[in-house]
Write a protein that binds this ligand. Structure first.
Ligand code: HEC
Length: 124
């Protein structure tokens, strides 16, 4: 049955993708990868983009727009502590809202780790 083959092929594809992600992410404690990843894709991706480049439909309507996390200039401009603070308290006067009443401290750390290590390709 062709549809059955397709399901198997897709499942294998996702499995390989997942394994690659784990392999590329050995710096994050294993338990945190899915947590930060899930939070990002559930709550942040709509504005920041699935790859973190800020190229989203929503970004067209935002001023200032979200930064491209993957750009070298952004990597230099955004130390970890600042990111934690911005996610916790938001960025007043922008669409970046405070998340402290929605996400726990651990969740905020996990999502920032995900952005830094996976999307920005930084060491920590
Ligand atoms: C409604 C759109 C929107 C959503 C949803 C959103 N952001 Fe943002 N975010 C923005 C915008 C716009 C900026 C740019 C703010 C600025 O330039 O000061 C921003 C900035 C940031 C920054 C950089 C802040 C700085 O210090 O310059 C980080 C880190 C960030 N967002 C993380 C997140 C995380 C993590 C989530 C999900 C939990 C999230 N964002 C969800 C719109 C959004």
């Amino acid at each position: 049955m062709p549809s059955c083959k397709k399901i198997i092929r897709n499942t294998l594809g996702y499995l390989i993708l997942a394994l690659n992600t784990v392999a590329a992410n050995h710096l994050i404690p294993i338990s945190e990868v899915p947590l930060g990843e899930k939070i990002y894709h559930d709550r942040c991706e709509v504005c920041h983009g699935s790859q973190g480049d800020g190229k989203t439909f929503a970004a067209n309507a935002l001023f200032p727009p979200p930064k491209n996390f993957t750009a070298e200039a952004t990597k230099k401009a955004l130390p970890r502590e600042r990111m934690i603070r911005s996610v916790t308290r938001g960025r007043p006067g922008t669409a970046m809202m405070p998340w402290e009443s929605i996400l726990s401290k651990q969740e905020i750390h996990s999502v920032v780790n995900y952005i830094r290590q996976i999307l920005m390709g930084l060491q920590k």
